[in-house]
Design a binder for this molecule. Structure first.
Ligand code: TGC
Ligand code: FAD
Length: 388
């Protein structure tokens, strides 16, 4: 039997445990996010702390990490969770991926035993939310130019001064992973909320990712003890290494947003009538649906392939760029095409397609813009560095 929702039989690639995790996250997203997300989106507010605790109870926070209360799931299982959460909303997937793939990953990979014990168990339950501050107002695609500076005092303490911009989870975070220039290169610091001189005002007036907290981080001579630095993180390669994990989750997640839009368009095309017949009977609509299905399932297959490489320890950063570039670009096209199938209803919050399409404008930009990933691939293909 041909399955319109799985035309290539990709489900056959999954094991029982993979399906169980996928189904649990799907059920949570459908019951806890979908009924409310349009309202959160319209209000530009999201109950991030509550959702974090629920995702923690599901075992989804830092699920690909081992120990410290983390689930030790496979990369494919983590990807499936990202897909199911983003099928509801990219903003909630951002909450999940910044917590697990950026903040928790940075502490797990580069932190001391004491830092891991202090933060990771509480972050795995969602009791503490983390954020990851790399981007600055004047340094986005080129984080190597960052100005935030950490000065070491004669007593060994650190004093941080600077600003980070567009930081997901910033205002609700209990701990911020902040990347700063030091006299010995880029280092990462753990800044607990409430530290004098540190504040995280929320950025308002966004027309994308409205169900996600995005903030500025202000560091005004923030004094931190010597052990606030991540001991194993030296140089720009440390934060860029964290990005591989979040970008990998986005490869899957974007296909969740695309799946929702495709399924909405398919259902609409079957039932909406014009000229006395369902619009799905018109060849032009069928062409759109066929093209959407092809790109959607090719994208999911690509995500599986990269997930298997990650599980085998063989995933290269250029391959992550390949996946992020393709899947986000195709996902936004699928959402925009779905929007046209719905006609005027496509612009309404009563349907999810415009919300997903506008969310994906952010996803296209964060975690490396389309152009950055083209240039990473271009460099790998030609051996020539176009950045400088
Ligand atoms: P470059 O000289 O190429 O590299 C500096 C050092 O870093 C290493 N490296 C990587 N290591 C691991 N993984 C990667 N993906 C890496 N990319 C580079 C590199 O080997 C080198 O190491 P070493 O030992 O030789 O020093 O650096 P560059 O300054 O030329 O920049 C390269 C470029 C443009 C690719 C990089 O700067 C970049 O990726 N820019 C984009 C910035 C970005 O993606 N920012 C994301 C911020 S976080 C975010 O957006 C979260 S949103 C999440 C959400 O809400 O879901
Ligand atoms: P710029 O770097 O100024 O780029 C502007 C344009 O110029 C882009 O099209 C870019 O591709 C192009 N461009 C730049 N350089 C080149 C070049 N060499 N060749 C060709 N084109 C080029 N950051 C974090 O650190 N943590 C977070 O949690 C986080 N969350 C975010 C949440 C949201 C909702 C958004 C929108 C952003 C978030 N970001 C976060 C920031 C994000 O990573 C940056 O916006 C992104 O890296 C791009 O930086 P920029 O906005 O400064 O754009």
């Amino acid at each position: 039997m041909f399955d319109a929702h799985d035309p290539l039989g990709i489900d056959d690639l999954l094991g029982d445990e993979d399906r169980a995790i996928r189904d649990a996250v799907r059920q949570w997203a459908r019951e806890r996010v979908l009924p409310h997300v349009a309202e959160w989106y319209e209000r530009g507010e999201v109950p991030a702390r509550e959702l974090a605790r629920e995702l923690g109870a599901l075992g989804a926070l830092g699920m690909q990490l081992t120990g410290y209360g983390c689930a030790g799931a496979s990369a494919v299982q983590y990807g499936l969770a990202c897909l199911e959460v983003e099928a509801a909303d990219s903003g909630i997937r951002s909450l999940l991926s910044v917590q697990g793939s950026l903040a928790m990953y940075a502490i797990h990979r580069f932190g001391s035993q004491e830092q891991k014990q202090q933060w990771l168990p509480a972050m795995a339950t969602g009791e503490v939310i983390g954020c990851f501050g790399l981007t600055e107002p004047d340094h986005g695609s080129d984080p190597g130019g960052m100005r935030t500076y950490a000065k070491r005092t004669p007593g060994g303490d650190w004093v941080l001064t600077g600003r980070k911009m567009w930081i997901t989870n910033g205002s609700v975070a209990g701990v911020a992973v902040v990347w700063a220039r030091t006299d010995e290169g880029v280092r990462g610091f753990l800044v607990p909320a409430g530290t004098p001189g540190f504040s995280a005002p929320e950025i308002r007036h966004k027309w994308s990712l409205r169900a996600s907290v995005t903030s500025e981080l202000v560091l005004d001579e923030v004094r931190l003890p010597a052990d606030a630095v991540l001991p194993e993180a030296t140089g720009l390669r440390a934060p860029l290494g964290c990005l591989n994990h979040a970008r990998y989750g986005i490869v899957w997640g974007a296909m969740g947003a695309a799946r929702t839009c495709f399924e909405t368009a398919l259902e609409y095309a079957r039932t909406r009538e014009q000229f006395g017949r369902p619009i799905g009977g018109f060849q032009l609509t069928q062409g759109k649906l066929a093209d959407m299905a092809v790109e959607l399932h090719k994208g999911i297959l690509l995500a599986h392939h990269l997930g298997r490489r990650m599980d085998a320890g063989r995933l290269r950063p250029e391959q992550v760029s390949f996946g992020k570039l393709n899947n986000v670009r195709e996902a936004i096209e699928i959402c925009r095409t779905a929007r046209t199938v719905l006609g005027a209803n496509g612009i309404s919050l009563e349907y999810p397609v415009m919300r997903h399409a506008t969310n994906l404008e952010s996803v296209l930009t964060y975690e490396g813009t389309v152009e950055m990933h083209q240039l990473v691939l271009g460099k790998a293909l030609t051996g020539l560095d176009a950045f400088r």
